[in-house]
Ligand binder design. Structure first.
Ligand SMILES: [Zn+2]
Length: 258
């Protein structure tokens, strides 16, 4: 399985920035988990192949690229883009984004080949198939209804927390899996912003350390994502200072293969 965290912004010289403003993970160039920068940063091949998008929650940094992705592909689609999300997330998308005021309601539109977008609602804790992947969802602890995921194909399996604060169910599920290739966990704010992290339901390096104490990790690599760009250096230094084996930052744009 190949995983890439798409870039979201650019350096002054035009190269992709290592900082993560938006969240979109692409698996095997054909399934997206979140769509923060999907329209802006996906490759030509990814645009041609991605017709399945799984959403963790409806916060803007996870869906910002979705309306534009659908818009870009509108005329060329020969099948609808399938959006997998909890019903509450779909409700927010239809009410606040695809409402004709912010953007067209693509779920009601057709092109010459038929529907261009359809929703596949899942219940918290559901397991379902997306292309060649098995997806198990786990509710996590964020400000709004949010899911983490355990994603597997025939040969490997990884876990993704999505945006979250302290959790128990996610670790209970993950600890039952003995052949995990990687865990991707969020850490948005430095320790100095513990109060803000608490209010917005995110992790800091200190609370990340407490979370990882719940993980019977063995040698499983752990990658940290979702560092807020404004505090990147400070948060990265505090994560490094934890001195946890197998813990590293997930690099924007890099392709990980398990
Ligand atoms: Zn969020």
């Amino acid at each position: 399985m190949r995983l890439q965290l798409l870039p979201s912004t650019f350096e002054e010289n035009g190269t992709a920035s290592a900082r993560q403003h938006l969240t979109s993970f692409v698996i095997d160039d054909c399934v997206a988990f979140d769509a923060g920068s999907l329209a802006m940063a996906s490759s030509r091949v990814q645009k041609e192949q991605i017709r399945d998008i799984v959403l963790s929650h409806a916060h803007l940094d996870h869906i910002a690229g979705l309306p534009l992705f659908l818009d870009d592909l509108f005329a060329s689609l020969t099948e609808p883009v399938r959006i997998y999300a909890e019903a509450e997330v779909v409700k927010v998308l239809e009410r606040d984004i695809f409402n004709w005021s912010v953007y067209p309601r693509f779920s009601e539109l057709t092109n010459a080949n038929g529907s261009v977008m359809e929703y596949r609602c899942f219940e918290p804790g559901a397991e379902f198939k997306v292309r060649h992947l098995n997806v198990q969802t786990v509710s996590v602890n964020h400000k709004v209804p949010s899911s983490g995921f355990i994603v597997s194909d025939d040969s490997s399996k990884f876990a993704l927390t999505g945006d979250t604060a302290s959790m128990s169910e996610f670790w209970n599920v993950v600890n039952k899996i003995d052949d995990l290739s990687a865990v991707l966990v969020e850490c948005a704010f430095p320790d100095e912003l513990e109060e803000l992290a608490h209010i917005s339901h995110h992790l800091t390096p200190s609370s990340l350390q407490r979370e990882l104490a719940k993980f019977k990790r063995g040698n499983c690599p752990i990658y940290v994502a979702n560092l807020k760009p404004a505090y990147y250096e400070k948060t990265a230094a505090q994560i490094a200072a934890l001195g946890i084996a197998n813990l590293s930052l997930l690099e924007v744009g890099r392709i990980y293969e398990w």
